[in-house]
Design a protein around this ligand. Structure first.
Ligand code: 2BA
Length: 128
């Protein structure tokens, strides 16, 4: 069978079987760049996904970090340091009006947290 020469040079990969977690952090778009930079500086691999919030429908970022169990607190610390809560003004959608009804739109203030973080168990991590 023909194999690319690089494949022979590359060491065989093994699944990482140590207990691991996937940290999923939903953060403000404006904080995502600094957060990813800080994670990489700490030698943590990270993936940034472009996402948007279901409520505000505004762009945010979802950061995925696969780490060993004992690194989870360090990751949360990096998220805390780099992500800031903000107040956003939302203009509510006007309701469907009946003739003669009147709707006075007024902006609402919504506090968006610095980050919403889920920590999930990882069964297996493999880089192929
Ligand atoms: P959004 O869904 O756009 O929500 C933005 C902010 O609006 C929320 O901030 C919260 O303060 C407010 N909010 C959300 N749903 C609401 C509701 N039904 N009634 C009143 N206020 C509401 P955070 O809680 O800091 O959430 C920031 C972003 O994190 C969310 O953006 C969403 O993308 C994500 N997120 C938060 N909780 C989540 C969950 N349980 N599952 C999945 N994603 C979540």
């Amino acid at each position: 069978m023909l194999r690319h020469p690089d494949l022979d040079a590359r060491p065989a990969t093994h699944p990482i079987l140590r207990p691991m977690k996937l940290v999923v952090a939903i953060v403000h778009n404006e904080d995502a760049g600094a957060l990813v930079d800080a994670l990489l500086e700490g030698e943590h691999r990270a993936t940034r996904l472009h996402s948007s919030g279901g409520f505000l429908k505004q762009t945010n970022a979802t950061i995925l970090v696969g780490v060993e169990d004992d690194k989870v607190e360090e990751i949360l610390g990096i998220v805390r340091t780099n992500c800031t809560a903000r107040t956003q003004i939302v203009n509510p959608m006007p309701p469907i009006m009946e003739p003669g009804e009147f709707f006075m739109p007024y902006p609402l203030e919504v506090e968006v947290g610095g980050a919403t973080v889920f920590v999930l168990p990882v069964e297996r991590l493999e880089r192929l």
